[in-house]
Design a protein around this ligand. Structure first.
Ligand code: CAO
Length: 552
């Protein structure tokens, strides 16, 4: 019997991806393309499929291990392989170098490698040539839904930029541009079902230094055939950061691998209602077992209320009362809904209110209007609020923490990255402004405009929405006297900013008109107590009321 080693394929350049789940064990029979392990890098989770069918005879990795392209994963006794002849190598220890080559037969190995390398090769484009980008090998012949288009006509794209997101029932994958250029035409629409070879976008290819020596140019790598869950992982952080649990969402947007999804389907469970204990809230097999066990203990009613103890909202036929129209929610709206409910249900919220007297701040800010214009920017209250929050976060480090997964310790973040909620036509997005404490007001003014524009143009990348310590949600330009923002878990605090307006304030002798900015600080009461929050908010008010304090 021939044995073959399966190795980590091209995983889009990710290095030291962590093995977070083993999907097979020694003795298991695996089919071609069956997932063997789940790898997770800081950008994506990927299921690594088997390149051969047969029996697993050796598992070469363990959970927690970090792997890069080429690392051996398993040894498989290939199904139907012919008995080795003279060498008797089938019992030899596995000593072959990394690669998908069969261990005993070099010739066969080359055939397999050639098949892999030759399959999706894209001819190198010539500058100024119109080229159609197609769906690459996505590991299946079944049509999958195109859920998001990242580019628009006229966009300049670099090689590797994500063009669209596809989503099957197993995974979401971003399809990268195989070359740089300008988008001339979008050939698909969100909601289309596409498969390998289908046209996606028409690109006018850009000139590249390498074109003159085309022979030396490496063909751009297509997206790895492994199932990449980039969109799901990223979407989980879009509106609420990396949360360690998923509650009351739909199965599709839950963060889980195909093996777990299959098991959930077999049990008829909604994955969106199951707490995920894996990295970034990934739902693991153990979570399914625990969920079922808990539901059984609670009797059939436990299943009916999805393990949360919350009675479902009754289904009403609204058409009985008048004309209705049903519009399906965008992917972003669905993810936001899940994240909001997850934070709301997991985090005991308290909200504290105060008003900052920003009369002087506004005089100063308006005085800088001309300078802002000459710098080609706009100075709104937001950069001042960011700066004041950075100082308050430094002085109140508990607001820069996250609870560990087991709830036994607090993780202090030593950086001041602040997320800012942006209202976009497609929904709520929360880009992160990094190192706010180290930036000037002018730098922050520019960055606020830059990230808000990117958000509204849907140009944010998953990494632009990760890593915050705290969030600011400003409805100041829209209006309202106050609101209670939902903590962007696993962050522990969020500041809601409402519309400033002139109100009479008593100065000890008389009422004076002052420009008052309403602030609402919501916090996770497991981590922050009222005293902590009182000090934080009082300091914030004091900083905004006298911005000279920002430089102390
Ligand atoms: N009070 C009074 N006026 C305010 C204000 C406040 N608190 N905040 C901003 N303004 C003014 C600005 O000064 C600006 O006017 P001028 O040009 O005359 O100075 C005007 O409102 C427009 O500001 P802006 O909204 O363009 O810029 P910003 O920096 O204040 O905010 C951003 C940027 C991205 C935070 C904001 O545009 C936005 O999207 N807010 C919505 C966030 C949201 O949806 N939160 C809810 C999340 S939970 O569902």
């Amino acid at each position: 019997m021939a044995k073959q080693q399966v190795v980590v394929p091209d995983i889009g350049g990710a290095e030291d991806a962590e093995v977070i789940e083993l999907l097979v064990g020694v003795g298991d029979e695996v089919a071609l393309e069956q997932s063997l392990i789940v790898l997770e890098s800081d950008k994506a989770s990927m299921e690594i499929p088997s390149t051969v069918a047969g029996i697993v005879v050796e598992l070469l990795v363990s959970e927690g291990q970090e792997l890069s392209e080429g690392a051996p994963i398993v040894v498989i006794e290939v199904a139907g392989a012919v008995e080795e002849s003279a060498s008797g190598a089938s019992d030899d220890p596995v000593v072959e170098p990394p690669g998908d080559a069969p261990i005993e037969s070099e010739g066969e190995g080359e055939a397999v490698k050639a098949q892999i390398e030759d399959a999706p090769a894209e001819p190198e484009p010539v500058a100024g040539q119109e080229r159609t980008v197609n769906v690459p090998d996505i590991g299946s012949d079944e049509p999958v839904e195109l859920i998001e288009i990242y580019v628009a006509v006229g966009d300049m794209i670099a090689e590797g930029d994500s063009l669209v997101v596809l989503e099957s029932d197993k995974a979401s994958m971003e399809i990268p541009a195989p070359y740089a250029g300008q988008v001339l035409k979008i050939l698909v629409a969100e909601g289309d079902n596409v498969k390998q070879g289908d046209d996606l976008v028409l690109v006018l290819s850009a000139a590249s230094e390498t074109e003159s020596s085309a022979a030396a140019v490496e063909t751009p790598a297509p997206a790895p055939a492994a199932s990449v869950e980039v969109a799901t992982a990223a979407a989980n952080t879009t509106a609420s950061g990396k949360v360690s649990a998923a509650v009351s969402g739909d199965s599709k947007s839950a963060y889980a691998g195909p093996a777990v999804r299959k098991l959930a389907r077999e049990f008829g469970l909604n994955l969106g209602e199951i707490n995920g204990s894996g990295p970034r809230g990934r739902v693991m097999k153990e979570d399914l077992h625990a969920f079922v066990q808990k539901s059984l203990q609670g009797g059939s009613a436990g299943m009916a209320v999805a393990g949360t103890g919350i009675p479902p909202i009754p289904q009403i036929d609204f058409a009985a009362f008048g004309e209705v129209e049903s519009q399906s929610l965008s992917k972003m709206a669905k993810v936001t809904a899940v994240n909001m409910q997850r934070s709301w249900l997991n985090v005991p919220h308290v909200t504290q209110f105060d008003d900052a007297d920003i009369t002087e701040l506004e005089v100063f800010r308006k005085g800088l209007k001309a300078e802002a214009e000459s710098r080609g920017t706009r100075l709104t209250p937001m950069p001042f609020i960011l700066k004041a929050c950075a100082v308050a976060l430094k002085d109140n480090p508990k607001f820069c923490t996250a609870l560990s997964g087991d709830g036994q310790s607090l993780i202090y973040k030593k950086y001041i990255h602040i997320a800012m909620a942006v209202d976009t036509p497609a929904g709520l997005l929360v880009p992160v402004i990094r190192d706010v404490d180290k930036k000037s007001l002018w730098e922050l003014a520019e960055e606020v405009i830059e990230v808000a524009t990117k958000a509204r143009d849907r140009k944010l990348r998953p990494d632009d929405m990760r890593g915050a310590c705290f969030t600011i949600s400003s409805l100041g330009n829209i209006g309202g006297r106050g609101f209670t923002p939902i903590v962007n878990a696993p962050e522990v605090g969020i500041l809601g900013v409402s519309k400033a307006d002139i109100r009479p304030q008593w100065n000890g002798e008389e009422f004076k008109p002052r420009n008052m900015l309403p602030l609402a600080l919501s916090y996770d009461h497991r981590v922050i107590n009222g005293g902590d929050a009182g000090r934080f908010l009082t300091q914030l008010v004091s900083l905004l009321s006298d911005i000279r304090r920002l430089v102390l």
